[in-house]
Design a protein around this ligand. Structure first.
Ligand SMILES: Cc1cc2nc3c(=O)[nH]c(=O)nc-3n(C[C@H](O)[C@H](O)[C@H](O)COP(=O)(O)OP(=O)(O)OC[C@H]3O[C@@H](n4cnc5c(N)ncnc54)[C@H](O)[C@@H]3O)c2cc1C
Length: 513
């Protein structure tokens, strides 16, 4: 059997037959198999938009050896008499728990929120005007913050090839489409994510793992530098869980858990993070701007990623763009406001949304050195202030044009956000340096995307990354502790689904080693 790789330019709506025929023609083959290695859309020239596809072709009519497969994660199993408690079932906690259970540890995974089906019901109730459920919302519940998201699986983290391969393989086994392994911008969509977390949980349970929902970590009992047991609460009943190792993967919305850890002496430092708002446009406006046409057969919806850097302002960029998506209320707590975006696999909604945020250093914004606790208090107070402005989960919002000219025009377009918008001079709600930087960014973006200024901007977007970071030893242990690991976004060492899941896997592999 011989092997050859080819780079092809294919039409936006190419079919598997067309790909096959192209390979056969170029390599003069009749009997062969192929596998897509990478696939990305090249839309730089609107009159020749095409897919760039790299394929690996195997055939007895070819010469040349197949490339050596990239190294994959090897999880050594042995019977171990060690118990691990993992807290949080988001990407970091779930994958950490799965790897550890696969390696022979006895793992208990506790999650303060509901299982995914009950969580979906709570979210639907809330979005239909019902009460907010602290155990079932866009931040808390089975699968963590990523479950009701766009499910973008891109990551800027370096050196996670093995972990990425492991995670994508588990997603595909659990029902995700094969294309996530090769698309340049893979995404799962909220509908797929919801159905994928269940088989992942079942795999963990089949291996002997124990998962307990609506069970919250309340305290840790410490002797010297060793955690002896976790104090947990379920249905107002408090009990303790003993373990040899504790992995906390509680995400960056878990303010009480952060405060508990700080009080227990876990060391954090403040770090740069991003703050801003969500912008929304009709998807056809974005398609026209990016492709020169409102629809492109074979491609779901156009994306954008914009950055603006000037000497006078903070860097401003768009983030977590959700083509054909919905803006959602992503607060983890009642009477606070925080938005995010999601989309379904088909990305066929009427709107496109994205975060538009300024990169900030809180010390320079506040003009004083900020402690980790003060940073958390500051972000939480802003989330409360946004809620207080409308006295509801309706979002303060205005037209992008109004934000740029700092003058309300008196109207708001329709939105995908389910709980309504309230016309507000949004620029006044941010610290001045953040507001003027976002304003300058919006001016810049309006030059790059035709019609950009006609969109809507709404706030608050406060969760693009954690404002604090835990101190870690080289072996990933929490500084000063012998058996405590902080994994994922809450540790401040990762951001997004893929890098948080990879962080959980890396920590599990360190524990195994
Ligand atoms: C609406 C939305 C859309 C998003 N879209 C994307 C996207 O498209 N792509 C992307 O890469 N990222 C996206 N993100 C961000 C992504 O979801 C997070 O980066 C990722 O989930 C972080 O993973 P994690 O495991 O570290 O923490 P989390 O996913 O936050 O999970 C933490 C878990 O811990 C639980 N927990 C917290 N405290 C306790 C406690 N004391 N006891 C027990 N359990 C506790 C929580 O209930 C939660 O389930 C999105 C986020 C949201 C909210």
């Amino acid at each position: 059997m011989g092997y050859k790789e080819l780079s092809l330019k294919l039409s936006p709506d190419f079919s598997p037959d067309e790909l096959r025929q192209t390979v056969a023609k170029i390599l003069h083959l009749s009997d062969f198999s192929y596998q897509i290695i990478t696939q990305s859309l090249d839309a730089r020239k609107k009159d020749s938009i095409h897919w760039l596809v790299r394929v690996g072709v195997t055939s007895k009519e070819l010469k040349g050896p197949a490339p050596t497969p990239a190294p994959t994660l090897s999880i050594p199993y042995k019977k171990r008499n060690q118990r691990v408690v993992v807290v949080g079932s988001g990407p970091a906690g779930l994958f950490s728990a799965l790897v550890l259970q696969q390696a022979g540890f006895a793992v208990t995974l506790i999650e303060r929120g509901k299982d995914v089906d009950a969580r979906a019901e709570s979210i639907a109730t809330f979005e239909n005007g019902g009460i907010f459920d602290p155990t079932g919302n866009y931040a808390f519940g089975e699968g963590g913050a990523g479950t009701f998201s766009d499910g973008k699986l891109t990551s800027r983290s370096k050196h996670i090839a093995k972990e990425r391969h492991y995670i994508l393989s588990r997603y595909i086994e659990a029902g995700a489409p094969d294309e996530i392994a090769y698309l340049a911008h893979p995404h799962l969509g909220s509908d797929h994510l919801r159905s994928i977390v269940k088989p992942l949980r079942q795999t963990f349970q089949t291996l002997g793992g124990d998962i307990q929902f609506e069970t919250e970590l309340k305290n840790l009992m410490i002797e010297g530098s060793t955690i002896m047991e976790a104090v947990i609460e379920n249905a107002s009943i408090t009990r303790t869980l003993k373990a040899d190792i504790f992995v906390l993967a509680t995400g960056h919305s878990a303010y009480e858990t952060y405060r508990l850890l700080i009080a227990l002496g876990v060391q954090f430092k403040t770090k740069h993070f991003a703050l801003g708002a969500r912008i929304e446009h009709p998807q056809t406006l974005i398609n026209e701007a990016q492709w020169g046409t409102p629809r492109l057969s074979g491609v779901l919806a156009a994306e954008y990623r914009l950055t603006s850097t000037t000497a006078r302002h903070l860097p401003v960029y768009t983030f977590c763009m959700c083509p054909g998506g919905t803006v959602v209320p992503a607060t983890a707590y009642p009477n606070q406001s925080s938005v995010n975006g999601m989309s379904l696999q088909a990305r066929d909604g009427h709107f496109a949304n994205a975060a538009c945020v300024a990169a900030i250093n809180l010390d320079s914004i506040l003009g004083t050195e900020t402690s980790p606790l003060a940073a958390l208090d500051w972000v939480e107070a802003l989330e409360r202030q946004f809620f207080e402005t409308t006295k509801s989960y309706a979002l303060p919002a205005c037209r992008i044009d109004d934000f740029i000219h700092q003058k309300l025009s008196g109207s708001l377009d329709s939105t995908s956000y389910p709980l309504g918008l309230e016309l507000t001079p949004l620029w006044t709600m941010f610290p001045e340096q953040v507001g003027t930087s976002i304003q300058a960014g919006l001016v810049d973006f309006s030059r790059k995307i035709k019609g950009f200024e006609t969109g809507t901007i709404m706030g608050l977007e406060s969760k693009t990354s954690a404002p604090i970071q835990s101190l870690r030893e080289d072996d990933l242990l929490c500084a000063g502790f012998k058996n405590l690991y902080l994994a994922g976004e809450g540790s401040g060492h990762s951001g997004g689904i893929m890098s948080s899941a990879a962080d959980g896997v890396k920590i599990a592999m360190r524990i195994i080693a």
